[in-house]
Design a protein around this ligand. Structure first.
Ligand SMILES: Nc1nc2c(ncn2[C@@H]2O[C@H](COP(=O)(O)OP(=O)(O)OP(=O)(O)O)[C@@H](O)[C@H]2O)c(=O)[nH]1
Length: 442
């Protein structure tokens, strides 16, 4: 190998520094000089590939808003894709990239936190401004929850879906409400117009009578009275007819406006009701996941303050896919409603039930110890063996597997749910149609 002239190497090193847009620091120069002089140690190919992958995957997250960072990542990837890329230059490029990335990551985190705080403030503000709009409560609560950490994608998607549903229903109801209000307003305007008409008619009638009275004082012969009398009779008849028509019209208007007001009231109720739906599973009528989370939060505080036990039971129907496949999806839906109906028979006033997922339900049993809660679930299983689900006169036995956890002092309900979930899966694995208590250290 022919050795290069040091001044040529130095010139090429400077060119390379410039081409890679590196600062002309001694370290950068030394690394590039080594590379040009052929003294470079190549970076292992698999490591170079891994770094390229890392950059490719990370690009959308870290280089979205920072163009320079994006350029640096491209440059680094380009360099690493070359055959036998030099280790010290790679290190140098990585160092520069990391330095820039550390600022970009901080900016991103700050931006996200600030946006969330801003959103939280806006929501609080809307809530304060809309004290009378009870129907907004559901959405605002959901949005408030969405802005609280931890910010996970499934959590946000779940809330987005529920909100879309409620917003759709409420927009519909709100539109009808506005229509009904406009109708009532128009009716009132017509009402006032009619009253004004009657006033006008009255005035012209009075004027006419007065004119006749004046002419009457000037009459010298009896035959001159007859046309005057006729005029008075005609005016009175016309006045009486107009009054009677106006009375009818006013009556109709009154009825219409009463109907309109009743419709406005009904729609107001509907709006409030759709807000409640945000906490309710529309298919079975029991609480949905969000409703149960709220209930759990409140009950944990209440029972822990009162020093009484509280249990959570997680229940999952057995072989529900097979039931759907054999009897149809509609029958599956009815089977879920049947389970809820039977469950309600064994529930006490203070117990609550929620649908947590497709065929998964959660029971909240305050003031109950784990063994008692296991017994409650077993009682429900026995009840289902006597109250069959009927589909086209076929008796279908519905069974479920359940895991029961008693919330320990200082344990969150989420942690207890995880234990109940594990116990439920253990029940499935053990052969289904059984109830298992969760151990404290599960
Ligand atoms: N009809 C109906 N089916 C549903 C609903 N939600 C979820 N499912 C169905 O429930 C089935 C659940 O299937 P899997 O998760 O395999 O559970 P499985 O068949 O009960 O099996 P195991 O849990 O092991 O007993 C799926 O086929 C879903 O499509 C619903 O609202 N209505």
């Amino acid at each position: 190998m022919v050795e290069k002239n040091p001044s040529i190497i130095a010139r090429e090193a400077l060119k390379l520094l410039f081409a890679r847009q590196l600062a002309p620091t001694p370290e950068n120069y030394q690394a590039v000089y080594g590379e040009v002089a052929g003294m470079a140690i190549p970076i292992p190919a698999s490591l170079a590939r891994q770094i390229v992958h890392l950059l490719e995957f990370g690009q959308p997250a870290f280089a979205g808003r920072d163009e320079r960072l994006h350029e640096m990542a491209e440059q680094l990837m380009h360099f690493l894709r070359q055959p036998s890329p030099d280790l010290s230059t790679a290190e140098l490029l990585l160092q520069n990239f990391n330095h820039r990335l550390s600022f970009a990551a901080q900016d991103e985190a700050q931006l996200r936190d600030t946006l969330l705080r801003l959103l939280g403030l806006i929501i609080q503000n809307i809530a304060a401004l809309c004290l009378d709009d009870q129907w907004l409560e559901g959405q605002l609560d959901a949005l408030q929850t969405a802005t609280e950490p931890p910010l996970t994608l499934p959590h946000l998607q779940d809330i987005e879906l529920r909100l879309k549903d409620v917003i759709f229903k409420q927009t519909e109801a709100k539109e009808r409400l506005v229509q009904a209000q406009t109708q009532v307003r128009n009716l009132l305007a017509t009402f006032i117009d009619r009253l004004a008409d009657i006033g006008d008619t009255n005035t012209s009638y009075h004027d006419q009578l007065e004119r006749c009275a004046t002419r009457l004082t000037q009459v010298s012969h009896l035959h001159e009275i007859t046309p005057l009398l006729e005029e008075v009779m005609t005016a009175t008849r016309a006045m009486s007819e107009r009054c009677s028509t106006a009375r009818c019209e006013l009556q109709t208007l009154r009825e219409q406006s009463e109907q309109g007001l009743a419709e406005v009231e009904r729609l107001r109720h509907e709006l409030v009701h759709t807000s409640v739906l945000a906490r309710q599973d529309s298919q079975t009528g029991v609480l949905n996941r969000r409703g149960m989370d709220e209930a759990l939060e409140q009950e944990v505080i209440r029972t822990q303050a009162a020093g009484v036990p509280m249990c959570i039971a997680l229940l999952d129907l057995d072989n529900f896919k097979a039931l759907n496949d054999r009897l149809g999806h509609e029958a599956g839906d009815k089977a879920l409603q049947h389970l809820v109906a039977v469950a309600k028979q064994i529930m006490r006033n203070q117990d609550q039930l929620a649908r947590y997922g497709g065929e998964e339900f959660v029971f909240l049993l305050p003031g109950t110890q784990v063994q008692q809660a296991v017994e409650v679930m077993k009682r429900l299983q026995r009840k289902l063996t006597t109250r069959y689900f009927l589909q086209d006169s076929e008796r279908v036995l519905i069974t479920f597997s359940a895991g029961v956890a008693e919330i320990a002092p200082n344990e969150s309900y989420q942690q207890a749910l995880v234990r109940a979930d594990r116990a439920m899966y253990a029940a499935k694995r053990a052969g289904k149609n059984r109830v298992m208590a969760a151990s404290m250290d599960a």
